[in-house]
Design a protein around this ligand. Structure first.
Ligand code: PMP
Length: 353
């Protein structure tokens, strides 16, 4: 079909963002979107239900209470927090605020599939630097890819979909090689799941490098994917640009209330994160014992290089009641789920070798 009004050429050239399969079978294990396997906490649910009485009002456009709570948590001024409709929307606003047509954005590849789409929609150029054989960012190559046209560098840590996280030392030495006029985005969507030596301490990074934006989300560890809340932590000057580019009222009232209630219940939520991390350790060990080469995962997912058989394996898994996320010709990303779901994954994976 041809639109009666022509799109911008780039719109036709872009791949669609592919959401994780939802499947028709309510009993299937949904391991396709890196969601939290636990249902909402009763306290969070009750707060959101109470907030429904305000549905006829616009939300607080600036998500003031949430911004203040997040600022206190991150030790920054509230003017350095910008929340929006998931961290993917915050990233879109960052690119709108900083990139003109023809500007370059350097990022790892394979990494989060939204990166090249958002960059190219902005008219900017996506400069993809291949990850290493073990799924890590190649920071030397990324530093070398920075040109006078580079406006933004995206670091995804832990990297979706391959799994490894950058260390604090690695990030600092990278930042020392980035010109101060280039923005560096640290996408920490999965930060709560990191258990490694020398973990990135983004608060210390923000204090030392004014050209850094940290992205966080309530979708993963906090289990609020349906509410769509993510945010940037950065210097007030950079935040001002991101805020200007933001969609008005981008964080709805239920989302603001749910996110605040989750911060109140953080201890309980972080215990759940520990349970997911324990399962991740078990799944990684199980897959490796079967003979799979699996990159180190610091997120709530694992990456299997299944190459040309990827699509076939994903279809087979779905038929067996396990929904995974295939990247055709490359591999499948499997979210860590309940022990029962993970047992099923291990059973199936043994047959895919
Ligand atoms: N960054 C990364 C690395 C992700 O994997 C995701 C979600 N898949 C996001 C950002 C976006 O998350 P959300 O928009 O739900 O906050």
């Amino acid at each position: 079909m041809t639109s009666p009004v022509p799109f911008r050429a780039v719109v036709d050239s872009l791949p669609a963002y592919v959401p994780g399969a939802r499947g028709a079978d309510p009993d299937a294990h949904k391991l396709s979107s890196n969601e939290n396997p636990f249902p909402p906490l009763a306290s969070v649910r009750a707060a959101v239900e109470r907030a429904a009485s305000e549905l006829h009002r616009y939300p607080d456009m600036f998500a003031t209470a949430l911004g203040e709570a997040l600022a206190a948590r991150h030790g920054v001024d509230p003017s350095g927090i910008v929340a929006s409709t998931g961290s993917v929307a915050v990233l879109g606003h960052v690119l709108q605020a900083f990139c003109d047509a023809g500007d370059e954005v350097v990022h790892a590849w394979r990494s989060f599939e939204a990166y090249p789409i958002l960059v190219q929609l902005q008219g900017a150029v996506s400069v993809r630097v291949p990850v290493t054989a073990d799924g890590r960012h190649d920071l030397d190559a990324m530093a070398a890819a920075i040109s006078p046209r580079t406006r933004v560098v995206l670091l995804c840590t832990p990297n979706n979909p391959t799994g490894p996280a950058l260390t604090h030392t690695e990030v600092l030495s990278f930042l020392d090689r980035v010109p101060p006029t280039v923005l560096v985005v640290l996408d920490e969507a999965y930060v709560e799941f990191v258990r490694q030596d020398d973990p990135l301490r983004s608060g210390a990074v923000l204090a030392a490098y004014p050209n850094v934006v940290v992205l966080r989300t309530f979708s993963k560890a906090y289990g609020l994917a349906a509410l769509r809340v993510g945010y940037a932590v950065t210097s007030p000057d950079i935040a001002r640009g991101i805020r200007t580019a933001s969609t008005p009222f981008g964080v709805n009232h239920l989302a603001q209330v749910g996110a605040l209630a989750s911060l109140d219940a953080e201890d309980e939520l972080l215990e759940r994160v520990d349970a997911v991390v324990a399962e991740r350790t078990r799944v990684l060990a199980g897959l490796r014992a079967q003979g799979w080469t699996v990159p180190e995962s610091q997120g709530n997912f694992v990456w299997l290089e299944t190459g040309a058989r990827t699509t076939e394996i994903a279809v087979e898994a779905a038929a067996a009641g396990v929904l995974v996320r295939p990247f055709a010709g490359e591999g499948i990303r499997i979210t860590i789920g309940t022990p029962e779901a993970d047992d099923r994954v291990l059973e199936l994976a043994a047959g895919w070798l």
